[in-house]
Design a protein around this ligand. Structure first.
Ligand code: C5P
Length: 227
């Protein structure tokens, strides 16, 4: 049994506009519906826990999708707070060694082949695994005036995507520790790294993009309608 955890409590302030980005629509359905479909249509995933903001008036109220439970809880101020709240709200039968897949609500183009490879890697590696891709651009470090201060070597640098797959107990403990220390982790792997873990990197499809800007939304629309 594997569970999905979806942080969806963000306001999407970088996108602009009134609608939180997880509720922007592609093909008549919100981004979060596409993310849930990709996860819950996978045979190994038993259910999903969605973290929503306290005042969310847009959640469509699904309790079940693809014949599997969709549960919800209230998220927190940072993404990591939302993920921790969701992990703590999972049903008791989701044991400490159960794999959980944390996936951004704003990544609507997740494909089952990536899920297969991520689940295989995380099942085989005690420290878990994440999807990502090697950096392909040349990287520049800027000074305060946005002039180039240095060129950074890109060998062995990866971009981190989601889903990120860890055992429930280990991830909960790692996120609790970061929260107690007041350290904001920007993904789940970072919390695991801080407690000494070395999660596996699984090369995923570059089109598993996170919608952050209007250009991302246009690209995601194109990708999904041409699947
Ligand atoms: O803003 P960003 O793109 O990093 O958000 C990634 C995911 O984390 C989104 O699905 C967003 O809804 C979620 N999030 C959250 N709680 C927050 C901030 C972001 O669940 N406090």
């Amino acid at each position: 049994m594997i569970w999905a955890v979806i942080p969806a409590a963000g306001r999407g302030s970088r996108f602009g506009g009134e609608t939180p980005k997880q509720y922007l629509e592609i093909a008549g359905r919100p981004l979060i519906a596409h993310a849930l479909d990709a996860l819950l249509s996978h045979p190994r995933i038993a259910g999903a826990m969605v973290a929503l903001s306290k005042n969310d008036a847009l959640w469509p109220g699904w309790a079940n999708l693809h014949g599997k439970p969709v549960l919800r809880c209230v998220g927190g101020g940072e993404r990591a707070d939302s993920v921790l709240a969701a992990l703590q709200a999972l049903p008791v039968e989701v044991g400490s060694d159960t794999l959980v897949l944390v996936h951004d609500a704003a990544r609507p183009n997740l494909r089952s082949e990536d899920l297969d490879r991520l689940i295989a890697a995380a099942s085989a590696h005690a420290d878990g695994a994440i999807l990502g891709a090697p950096v392909r651009d040349t990287l520049k470090r800027a000074d305060a005036a946005a002039h180039i201060a240095a060129t950074e070597p890109r060998e062995r640098l990866w971009r981190a995507f989601t889903p990120q797959a860890f055992r429930r107990g280990a991830l909960t403990a790692a996120l609790e520790q970061a929260q107690a220390q007041g350290i904001v982790v920007t993904d789940e792997a970072m919390a695991m790294e801080r407690v000494g873990a070395h999660p596996a990197l699984v090369e995923g499809r570059e089109d598993n993009l996170k919608v952050t800007t209007p250009a991302d939304l246009a690209l995601a629309r194109y990708l999904i309608s041409n699947r």
